[in-house]
Structure formats: C-alpha cells, structure tokens
Design a protein around this ligand. Structure first.
Ligand code: ATP
Ligand code: MG
Length: 357
C-alpha cells in the first residue's frame, strides 16, 4: 500500500512561525484532507522586520522546536514569502505553453516591475481565460527579491528542512479559500489577511486574482498606539489588545483601551477601504459580493466591525478548516477554531503541494 501523502506548510510570520501538516485521504474516489499537526511558535520582535529576515537563528530555532514537538518526519516543506517585497501582477501575453512562458517572461517582466530582473525570482502562470480568440492570455506574474527569498530558504534549511515550493502569503490565503469554499459562482470575493506588520488584500474572481495589494499596517499599529497613548509596555499593550490583560495596574481604564482600539481600527479599515474603492472604481464589474478575513488581527472586534461598516458588505472569517477533517480525539476543536484565522496561510501552503503535484 502506498504511504499516505503528507504535506507541510510553514508560514514564517513576523510574530510567529505556524506549521501545518496535512494528510491526503481518498474516500470513495473523493480527495479530502485531514489535519495531522498544527503548531505555533512565537518569534521575537526583531526576527523579521518589514518582511526581511533580521535574525535567522531564532527562526531556525522556532522551526526546529515545531518539528521536534510535532514529530515531523517529512523534510519537504512549502514556504511563503511575506508580501513586503513581492510584486504580483496580471499581464497580457501572446498565448503560449508554460515552457515558452518560462523562457519569455525574463525578457517581458522588465516593463512591468521596477526592480532589476537579475535580483528577482520570476514566476509566471497562465490564468484560465474565457475567450482565447484574441491569441492573448492573462498571465499571473510574481516577482520576488532573491536576497529576501534566499534568507527564508536558508533559515528553513538550517532547521533541516527543504523548501520545495516557495509561495507568497497572499496566494497561499487564496489557495486556502479555494480549497475550502465553492468558487465557481462567478462572484467576486475580497480576501483580507490582516497580520501584525502587513495586510494582504486579494480580490478574486473564478479562482483568478484580479487585484492584489499590500498595506503595511496591521496589528502592530494597535499595540504601538496602546503603548504610546496609555503609557504601558509592549507586553501589556499586546495583552490589552487581545482582551486578556492582567496589567497589575489600576490606572488602565477599559474604555480608554477600547477608544484606542476603535480609532486605530478606523484608520486601518480606512486604508483597506481606499484600496477596495480603487479596485471597484477601476474594474469593469467591480462589485464585490463577499469579504472574508483572516490573520491574527482580524480577531480585533473593532477592526472587524469597522471593515464591515466601511464596505457595506457582511464580513466573515475565512475558515481554513472548513473542508478539512479534524479528529476531535487529537485536537481540541475550540483551540483550533480560536486559532483558525491565524492558520490560513499555513493551511494554504500545506494544500498547495497536494493540489499542485
Ligand atoms: N485575539 C487577538 N486579539 C487581537 N489581536 C490578536 C489576537 N490574536 C492575535 N492577534 C494579533 O495578530 C497579529 C498576529 O497575526 P498573524 O499571525 O496573522 O501575523 P504574522 O503572520 O505573524 O505577521 P505578518 O504576516 O504581518 O508579518 C499580532 O499583531 C497579534 O497581536
Ligand atoms: Mg502573516
């Protein structure tokens, strides 16, 4: 009997490393997935700054600990690169096969990105297009800075793993969405992944990313504002933000915390809305039918509410485990669902290999 297919997704975020191991199960000819392992290790604040590796050793250490604690045997891992230094664009090119595309993208990409092609890893895939009469096709171009990608790959290699696929956060969230939700409706969906240092915005239609942008604000902004305005430490601000504060201080007035959360939420939600408005006013059919949020900062209730109010669309949490079997003898469902928004990238990465290989 063939050994079960196990895949590993590793999301190296600026606040923590998330590991997801999935097992492919085929029942009556239908492929499904089971959660095998899920782990999170926090990273110190100086490990990754603005999407670049600053302290490789603590990333490697966090990965090693996750691998040991979860008794991970497979060495191949799907990794993703944060959005800070990645350019994602849909471009038009003459219809060609993948081999020709890989070849010609090197000479074509220069006109679409303003960084030196020699310092860049380029990926191009043809997107399914309805009319192929024109002799043209839509191509998804992903360009990422070599030095940044190499630093992540090295940190993973130092932990004894091989980065066999290198993806980007935004597209991993999209993959997670597509594996868990029915995407055939033709509806345009906005996916927001609100992390600590960055918010990835991906607007998708029929499985294609029609618009992607990153905003370099996220959960850190709440922490910084609470720290500054209420004169507390970073740790206290983090705890106050998540509602689990034990501040040892009578000076903290819950209403003041709430007020800072609300003003900061309004600021972040405003930036998100500007991007959505930019898309809707430029797209031929810019109507967004659904808005799904993920990332740890989506758990700030004030932000969730502000996004809903600004967009006028009902906001839902993206559930990365919607179609993934979770054995309740092995995992506490409440624990898993509590962390679900944070797991979206790692699950999308874990699913990548199963779908693509
Ligand atoms: N319950 C909660 N309430 C409020 N904020 C939360 C909660 N849980 C996590 N967060 C915040 O979510 C952020 C972490 O989310 P996530 O794991 O998605 O980010 P990351 O991947 O580490 O960072 P990034 O991708 O932005 O570099 C932190 O700012 C953290 O404080
Ligand atoms: Mg992240």
């Amino acid at each position: 009997m063939a050994s079960p297919k196990l895949t590993l997704g590793l999301d190296i975020g600026s606040t923590s490393v998330k590991l997801v191991q999935l097992k492919e199960v085929v029942q009556r000819g239908v492929v499904g997935y089971q959660l095998q392992s899920f782990g999170i290790k926090p990273l110190p604040a100086d490990a990754i700054i603005d999407g670049s590796v600053m302290n490789s050793d603590c990333i490697t250490q966090a990965i090693r600990e996750l691998v040991e604690e979860h008794r991970i045997k497979n060495k191949n891992v799907t990794l993703s690169i944060p959005g800070h230094s990645v350019i994602i664009k849909t471009i038009r090119m003459p219809t060609m096969d993948q081999e020709q595309l890989d070849e010609s993208i090197k000479s074509e990409a220069g006109q679409y990105i303003n960084i030196d092609i020699n310092d860049t890893y380029l990926d191009a895939v043809a997107l399914p297009t309805e009319d192929d009469q024109s002799g043209q096709m839509d191509v998804l171009l992903v360009a990422s800075r070599k030095n940044i990608v190499d630093d992540f790959v090295t940190a993973v290699a130092e932990a004894g793993l091989t980065a066999s696929i290198v993806d980007v956060d935004t597209l991993a969230v999209q993959n997670c969405f597509e594996a868990n939700y029915d995407v055939s409706s033709g509806e345009t969906v906005a996916l927001l992944n609100i992390g600590a240092s960055i918010t990835n915005i991906d607007i998708v239609n029929n499985g294609n990313p029609v618009f992607t942008r990153n905003i370099t604000s996220g959960g850190n902004l709440f922490t910084q504002e609470i720290q500054k305005q209420l004169n507390v430490s970073h740790e206290q601000a983090e705890a106050l933000k998540s509602g689990g504060a034990d501040t040892d201080s009578d000076a903290i007035v819950p209403q003041e915390v709430e007020a800072v959360l609300e003003t900061t939420a309004a600021q972040i939600a405003g930036e998100i809305q500007q991007t959505i408005d930019f898309y809707t006013s430029n797209a031929a059919d810019g109507h967004i039918g659904r808005l799904l949020v993920s990332g740890g900062s989506a758990k700030v209730p004030a932000l969730f509410k502000a996004i809903e109010q600004n967009s006028g669309i009902s906001v839902e949490y993206l559930n990365p485990f919607r179609c993934i079997e979770i054995d309740s003898r092995k995992f506490d469902p409440a624990y898993i669902m509590g962390l679900a928004p944070i797991a979206a990238v790692a699950v999308g990465l874990g699913l990548r290999k199963l779908n693509d290989k």
